[in-house]
Write a new protein. Structure first.
Ligand code: ADP
Ligand code: MG
Length: 431
């Protein structure tokens, strides 16, 4: 281990037991290190195991395989010197800002005077001077998040783990806090030596990180690493910044396309998880790409900005289009296929026809449900039948999402009907 390595994660894996006795592999062979003075970003979609990895690194949760070493020692329980910042903090409503921050030091058994001084300093540092005796209800969301930062910084951790710390804040508040944080970091005013930042926001990663690790889903794994060698403070309008954002988009979509084409861990059969993307979004995206100025091919960052979507919202739609072969995603661009262009030109009925054919051909679960309904005398089947089947391949949550997706799509394509009240699939009105 290098002298300036703070943290090393070696071949870490994590699996959770499933009700049936099998297990769900969430992390597989994760390797990373954090050097002194670095901010490393972990970029991946929700559910890819990023929070699980941070909990393992901080010693809050064990790895099933591999190990984490912090300053050369194996982490095997809550590690002193590693602190976490969460998306939103549970502040105690009956305690003042100062008291909430002081809680961060409770475990360290310091003299009361030092606890108070250190807490006041952390509050001051993070821009909450004057609010020491305020109660959480008197604070805005941004200020409450600052109290959370103060509570993490007050322990003077060597490593700060940040789990989507800006994502619950509105745009301006988030940018304010990012800028303040980066300024303090660059000026060496923060009592920390390294940061791991989990995010699903590409621009945030480019703004803040020295290196970005791209995380894949199912199981979570690091697919690639990109160095961001732009000087701080960074400017979102700088062409080099924009080029880096483009590159990350391209890299992410390339990796995802690869993963989508690879026969999945569960095969590309009925056990492939689906994201519940609405058919309105699907139609909307196809229309937007078909129209001017894109005329069938669009740059994903441009499209995200135009449609005012978050990357996390756009990717699942783009992925659904890719799975249905209505579009191809490559090198940060999305391009409609022949069928995709045809879809854009048709009226509702024509669209339903194209969609239904795409479902039958490319979405194994939709075809499976339709076949079972066709075969049964009653032409009905309960949701639980398919839910049980899916839970052999994925978590209960993912199975619910997958069924939600296939219900919405099947309804639009008029492949089958679904009655929410009795949780029954049927062939009632289709066609
Ligand atoms: P991310 O932070 O990237 O959104 P998480 O680490 O929260 O992802 O979760 C990754 C996966 O692990 C999810 O499918 C989640 O359902 C599963 N998971 C997380 N914690 C547990 C747990 N304690 N038991 C079972 N499954 C879990
Ligand atoms: Mg998370």
């Amino acid at each position: 281990m290098d002298a300036d390595t703070l943290l090393e994660v070696n071949q870490v894996g994590r699996a959770f037991p499933r009700p049936g006795g099998s297990e769900l592999v969430v992390l597989d062979d994760v390797n990373l290190n954090l050097g002194d003075g670095e901010i490393v970003g972990l970029l991946g979609r929700s559910g890819s195991g990023k929070s699980t990895l941070l909990r393992i690194i901080s010693g809050l949760s064990p790895a099933t395989r591999g190990q984490v070493s912090y300053l050369g020692r194996t982490v095997d329980g809550p590690a002193h010197g590693i602190a976490m910042v969460f998306q939103s903090f549970a502040l105690f409503p009956w305690l003042t800002v100062l008291e909430n921050v002081q809680l961060g030091l409770e475990a360290l058994a310091l003299p009361p005077k030092e606890i108070r001084e250190r807490s006041l300093k952390a509050i001051d540092l993070i821009g909450l001077d004057g609010y020491e005796s305020a109660y959480p209800r008197e604070l805005s969301g941004g200020m409450r998040q600052r109290v959370g930062f103060a509570r993490a910084l007050v322990v003077h951790p060597n490593i700060l783990l940040m789990d989507e710390p800006f994502s619950a804040l509105d745009v301006l508040t988030a940018e304010n806090l990012r800028t303040d944080f980066l300024e303090l970091w660059s000026e060496g005013k923060l009592p920390i030596r390294g940061v791991i930042l989990v995010t699903h926001n590409i621009e945030e990663a480019v703004l803040m990180c020295d290196r970005v690790l791209l995380f894949s889903t199912n199981p979570g794994r690091i697919m690639s690493e990109i160095k961001i060698d732009l000087r701080q403070p960074r400017d979102r309008q700088d062409p080099a910044f924009i080029a880096m954002v483009d590159r990350l988009y391209a890299e992410m979509t390339a990796r995802r396309a690869e993963a989508a084409q690879r026969p999945g861990r569960y095969g590309s059969g009925i056990g492939s998880p689906l994201a519940p993307v609405s058919t309105n979004l699907i139609s909307g995206l196809i229309e937007a790409v078909a129209a001017a100025p894109y005329e069938g091919k669009a740059d994903l960052p441009d499209l995200t900005a135009d449609l005012q979507l978050e990357v996390d919202e756009l990717f699942p739609v783009a992925e659904a289009l890719q799975m249905l072969r209505l579009a191809e995603v490559e090198g940060g661009d999305i391009k409609l296929t022949h069928m995709g262009k045809l879809f854009a030109e048709k009226d509702t009925n024509g669209r339903k026809e194209i969609f239904s054919r795409a479902l039958m051909t490319h979405v194994a679960l939709a075809a499976h449900i339709r076949r079972i309904l066709d075969e049964r005398g009653s032409h009905t089947a309960p949701k639980s039948r398919f839910l049980d089947e899916l839970e052999d391949y994925m978590t209960a949550d993912a199975a619910e999402d997958t069924l939600r997706a296939v219900v919405a799509w099947g309804r639009f394509g008029e492949l089958f009907a679904y009655d929410d009240e009795n949780a029954m699939f049927s062939l009632e009105n289709p066609q």
